[in-house]
Design a protein around this ligand. Structure first.
Ligand SMILES: Nc1ncnc2c1ncn2[C@@H]1O[C@H](COP(=O)(O)OP(=O)(O)O)[C@@H](O)[C@H]1O
Ligand SMILES: [Mg+2]
Length: 287
């Protein structure tokens, strides 16, 4: 699997095209290396969705350039972009149209000539087999979101662009999404995910790009940003609970993923046990 690099160069974009335009991107530059896992954060209206749409040629920049691998997106149609970029819309309903979930997930890969085995694998890893025969609108919205993701994963793209992929999902559904995305990333796929869900970001991403008002205002390691309460609050976010616990206990190494925090907590318990047994020894020694 080839992961694609992304290059966004001094991109400007405005909705409207006359007086009173909304300037959604005011000069955005971003380089993402092949295989990187990047979270795109920021308050509503920051321009996150607009930026992701430029990556799949759903919108054209007014100025600047967008590259996916060696493709200049300006020279490609959205259906061509689908060969390289798997895009999951913020609202799955914009994306589902077939009569059954199985057909919906199979549509994209069939059109691209990708193997049908990828369809079964995507349905399996997102635990959708039980609903595969249902109409997409006969399952609840969070399940539809998983269907949209499965359809994109089955196309085996080298770049995944996901707009709030965990919004509305419960913890178990979110874990499935994280596992599926990490598996792709481990295989070299580049992942760019817009998200407000910092627990998800902590599990998935290594780098956080923060947008505000049409510009990139932060670009740093996720592990670094998660412990910077002030930077998070400037864009209306709070650290995930696991990081709050880690901060409160001063856990060494600044763990970010839940499993890392749990691991670091084991160390805390050991230390406390060691201290209390030392206390006990001292107490017995002095008596
Ligand atoms: N289809 C549209 N028509 C007009 N303005 C839009 C449209 N979509 C987004 N905008 C405006 O562009 C700006 C950026 O929006 P968006 O990219 O959706 O931000 P985000 O995804 O960060 O919430 C906002 O001011 C928003 O109101
Ligand atoms: Mg958005």
């Amino acid at each position: 699997m080839t992961g694609y690099a992304v290059r966004v160069e001094a991109v400007r974009f405005a909705y409207g095209g006359g007086e009173g335009d909304v300037e959604a991107l005011k000069g955005v530059s971003l380089d993402v290396a092949a295989g990187e896992r990047v979270a795109l954060l920021g308050p509503n209206g920051a321009g996150k969705t607009t930026l992701t749409r430029l990556l799949v040629a759903l919108r054209r920049p007014a100025a600047g350039r967008v590259l996916v691998g060696d493709w200049d997106v300006a020279t490609r149609r959205p259906d061509e972009m689908a060969r390289r970029v798997g895009y999951v819309f913020q609202h799955a309903d914009q994306q589902l149209f077939a009569r059954t979930i199985a057909d919906d997930v199979a549509f994209g890969p069939r059109r691209l000539g990708r193997p049908a085995s990828g369809v079964a694998a995507a349905l399996d890893e997102l635990e959708l087999e039980a609903v595969a025969g249902l109409h997409p609108y006969d399952v609840p919205p969070p399940t539809r979101k998983l269907v949209a993701l499965a359809g994109v994963l089955a196309m085996e793209p080298g770049l995944l662009v996901l707009d709030e992929p965990t919004a509305g999902l419960d913890r178990r559904e979110r874990e499935r999404v994280v596992a599926a995305l990490r598996r792709r990333a481990d295989a070299g796929v580049t992942v760019l995910a817009v998200s407000h869900d910092l627990a998800f970001v902590a599990e998935l991403a290594e780098r956080a790009v923060v947008m505000r008002d049409g510009r990139i205002v932060e670009d740093r390691a996720v592990g670094d940003l998660m412990y910077d309460r002030a930077a998070l609050s400037r864009v209306g976010l709070k650290p995930p609970t696991t990081v709050e616990i880690s901060m409160a206990l001063g856990l060494a190494g600044g763990p970010v993923r839940a499993a890392e925090v749990v691991e670091a907590l084991r160390g805390v318990r050991w230390t406390q046990n060691a201290e209390s047994s030392r206390d006990a020894e001292q107490a017995s020694g002095s008596s």
